[in-house]
Design a protein around this ligand. Structure first.
Ligand code: PGA
Length: 238
C-alpha cells in the first residue's frame, strides 16, 4: 500500500506571518503525508509537517555563491528536496545531467527526492507527451539513483498555475505510463514509489483526481499558500 502524499510548493512566496498561520495545525494523518517545500530562508522557522527544499546545489560545498547545499537543507530540517521543477528547468536551464548531480548530493545526505517531470504545452498539443517523459526519466533510470522512496511529480507544464487541470482520466493514463517506464528499471520500485499529480490542484478537484489508481497524491502550488485550502485538499483524499 502506498501512503498518499500532499506536498506544498510555496515557490518564492510566504513569510513569517504565513508560517505562523500554518504552525498551529496538525498536518498529515495516518493516510496522508504532508510535505512543505518552502523558500530555503524560511525552513529553519517552520515547525510543522515534513520539510523539503525547492532545489539543491550540485556541489557539496565551496565557492558557489547563492547556492544551498544538501547538508544545509538537512541541517535546516528537510527530509525531501524537489528536483527538476519545470520553473527551474525553464528559468535556470536545468537539464537531466545537472539534475543527476543534484540527486547524488541529496541522496548522499539522505534527502528523499521529489522529481518533477511533465510535457510542455507544445508537446501536449503535438501528442509528444511520451517523448517528454522518456527524455526526463531515461537518464535517471540509467543510473542507480531512483529507489522506492523517490517521489515522482507529474506536472504537465500547461496546467501549472493556469487554472487548467488535466482530467482525472488523462492524469491516470500518464501516471500509468510513468509506472510502465520505471518498470524498465525495477518492477518493485515502480510498484512502490509514489507518483503525484501537480497543476492547478484545488480542494474541489482533488478527490476526483485522486480516484486514479496510480495517483498517489499531489504537488500543490497556489492552493498551498492558504492553510484552509491546503487542509481541504488533504481532507479530500483522507
Ligand atoms: P499550481 O503549481 O498548483 O499553482 O498549478 C503546481 C506546481 O508548480 O508545483
Amino acid at each position: 500500500m502506498r501512503k498518499a502524499v500532499v506536498a506544498a510548493n510555496w515557490k518564492m512566496n510566504g513569510d513569517i506571518q504565513l508560517l505562523n498561520e500554518f504552525a498551529p495545525i496538525q498536518w498529515g494523518n495516518d493516510k496522508v503525508e504532508a510535505i512543505f517545500a518552502l523558500p530555503s530562508i524560511l525552513l529553519p522557522w517552520a515547525k510543522f509537517g515534513q520539510l523539503a527544499g525547492q532545489d539543491v546545489s550540485a556541489f557539496a560545498s565551496g565557492a558557489h555563491t547563492g547556492e544551498i547545499s544538501a547538508t544545509m537543507l538537512k541541517n535546516a530540517g528537510c527530509s525531501y528536496v524537489i528536483l527538476g521543477h519545470s520553473e527551474r528547468r525553464t528559468d535556470h536551464h536545468e537539464d537531466e545531467a545537472l539534475l543527476i548531480e543534484k540527486w547524488k548530493q541529496a541522496k548522499a545526505v539522505g534527502l528523499k527526492i521529489i522529481y518533477c517531470i511533465g510535457e510542455s504545452l507544445e508537446e501536449y498539443e503535438q501528442n509528444r507527451t511520451q517523448e517528454a517523459l522518456l527524455r526526463q526519466l531515461n537518464p535517471i533510470l540509467d543510473t542507480d539513483l531512483i529507489d522506492e522512496e523517490t517521489v515522482i511529480a507529474y506536472e504537465p507544464v500547461w496546467a501549472i498555475g493556469t487554472g487548467k487541470t488535466a482530467t482525472a482520466e488523462y492524469a491516470q493514463k500518464i501516471h500509468q505510463e510513468i509506472r510502465k517506464i520505471i518498470c524498465k528499471k525495477s518492477d518493485t520500485i515502480s510498484a512502490r514509489l509514489r507518483i503525484l499529480y501537480g497543476g492547478s490542484v484545488k480542494a474541489d478537484n482533488a478527490k476526483e483526481l485522486f480516484s486514479g489508481e496510480d495517483i498517489d497524491g499531489f504537488l500543490v502550488g497556489g492552493a498551498s499558500l492558504k492553510a484552509d485550502s491546503f487542509k481541504q485538499i488533504i481532507e479530500a483524499i483522507s
